[in-house]
Ligand binder design. Sequence first.
Ligand SMILES: [Zn+2]
Ligand SMILES: [Zn+2]
Length: 426
Amino acid sequence: MQKYNLDLHYHSPYAAACSKNISISLLSKEAKLKGLNLITTADSLHPIWKKHIKENIIEKDECLIFKEDKNNLEKTNFLLGVEVESAKRVHHLLYFRNLQHLDTFKKEINKYSQDMEKYGGGRPRLSLTPQELLDICVDYQVPLGPAHVFTPYFGVFAHYSSLKEAYGKNWKKIKFLELGLSADTQTANIIPDLKEVKFFSFSDSHSPYSYRIGREYVCADLKKPNYDSFLDLLNNKKGNKILYNVGYNPLEGKYNKSACKTCKQLYSLEQATVNNWRCIKCKGVVKKGVGDRAKEIAILQGNKKLLEVTKRPNYKYLIPLAQIIQIAIKQKNIQHKSVLEIYNQFIEQHTEIDIMLNVCEEKLNKINENIARYIIAFRNDLVVFRPGGAGHYGVPYITFSKKEKEEKQKEIDKETEIDLVQKTLF
Ligand SMILES: [Zn+2]
Ligand SMILES: [Zn+2]
């Protein structure tokens, strides 16, 4: 058994709004800088991208690797995967054993796609309901799990109140789901239906660079970094298991709290309901947050006290290093030269994951004392967030003492609260 860091959801150049530079070679290189060991080819149903995968991925020792890694001691391993969109615009993640498995499935699924061969079709739209899609996946032995499950518009729980309602008779064949940036384990672990379902945290990145991929990942014990061990992990077999999840504090996610789409005012579920999901400040639409949606579903499924459903691996919060640097040097653009210069100094000798979680203070100080101070504050849990909502990311603030943290928290609470009694317009 060995420890691997997995990020199995992001995109190729052929999905909408993605970096055109993405290639297997670049992904392999950037994953090493980040500290990821098992990543995905992504978008593997797309014909041009699939050709690129075929030309660049080889099988060695039962694992799929980038061909130039053949003789390297350190290898980036790949899993063939794809995200697809079904009816109601629900997103699902699928994985394949090898190219043959992928081709057989593609032949069947081609019948239901208009855009798979087109440029934005890396995440193809299928004219299938979630249930029809799952039934086909079961026939072809393709593991399926819903992506960013609570996200408004594209998450399964935006449209359905249980996996059974969405996926029908085969729903118990669903062995995993992706939490999405606005949720963590705690958010989802109140839903009774999900008791046997593994929780994944992946980046859903649209850029291949190490400061983007792996912003969320899963650390797992695997026999081998390959499809068989991945299946074994899903089915609790042979000791393959998730050790812990790593990702954003959900408060930083775009859809964490219920909030006004126009003026960003935050609402509690009760406040929003009382006001018919209209903003009392600007009359804008209030969009339901991921946390509130999860609570609603839990209650609908009978967990009225919102108790934890089962014991699960820890969820560790992470802020990407480039973002820490951005905050420290007050630079708005994460891709600015000044951010990347410092970033590159840090990842010269260590992976980004190691820098953020493990490398000792003394070593960090030698690289850059100012940034080291921020990393240590992050490790000491001195970060407070102005929560995200209605499509606006939350904002992290790094403080340097418990007292400063409390004061900043009070300031945020005051700034975000709303006095319903006095301001109600309806
Ligand atoms: Zn998606
Ligand atoms: Zn408003």
